[in-house]
Design a protein around this ligand. Sequence first.
Ligand code: AHR
Length: 333
Amino acid sequence: MLNRRNFLTAAIGVAAAGTLAACAKEDGGSSTSSGGSKTITLGFSQVGSESGWRSANTDSVKSAAKEAGYNLKFSDAQQKQENQISAIRSYIAQKVDVIAFSPVVVTGWDAVLKEAKAAKIPVVLTDRSVETSDQSLYVTLVGSDFTDEGRRAARILEKVLTKAGHKGAVKIAQLEGTTGAAPAIERAKGFKEVMDADHADDWKIVVSQTGDFTRAGGKQVMAAFLQSNPDVNVLFAHNDDMAIGAIQSIEAAGKKPGKDILIVSIDGVKDGFVAMSEGKINAIVECNPLLGPQLMDVVKKVKNGESVERWIKTKEGDYMQDQAKAALPSRKY
Ligand code: AHR
């Protein structure tokens, strides 16, 4: 798949933004505000509502659009690519000013993105990337570096193992995100990169399967893992929701999450921090869902033909269990 590090330079992004915005329609989806300026109409296709992260992301997009005074057309694809493609086609038909979407999977977008380009509607990716041979099909990506999140998860696991005084083989169960989704592919890749470089002898992923980023998926898949591999001593979950579901199965199997099975997950949603403050998750790598304000800013720039970077990366931190109680009250999502 396209390595996000290999994205074209900001300069090319600037050119793409300028070209698309210059071509963007001045009529169609736009209405006029009381101040006389055109109200920006933004068509946004959300992945679904699979996780706490997603709910926070949806709230952030909706409130930021309201705050910016945009006319937001929002649709929830229920984690189905065909629903996202239909939503994008409908935004093209409605002649919105800008289309933004968080692609459920990385592949299969070229046809619909070409339709948006032919209609001269700029596309902004948010949260997740796509794999495309034609980089001009979207202007920019506003979102996290998932490969780095995977690396950070492996590095924080080193700390967790040291803190727990763990000796001997590290037998890892991996709960993957949605198959084919950028965060699932890239988090697994980043984690494996560190593992292969520094832990080829002592760490092993003994079992790995998708839990589709949901609590129910995490619970069900972890129960199966514990049956097939009762000796796993580490869980790497690609998001907090799957970790929380897995905790239920670990407890049902008579084991202590955070002790018998050390757990590292990604996101940093409030429920993840609650589980961490209860000693059930050992560390969390943050993935910030509050992308709304940045997205609205980018949409405005793109609409006005201003330059934007090719990839606007989200800032995030890492948290060990002993930081959870202090951090919990100030968590915003
Ligand atoms: O794309 C971001 C990921 O999608 C989050 O980590 C996960 O919780 C969500 O479902």
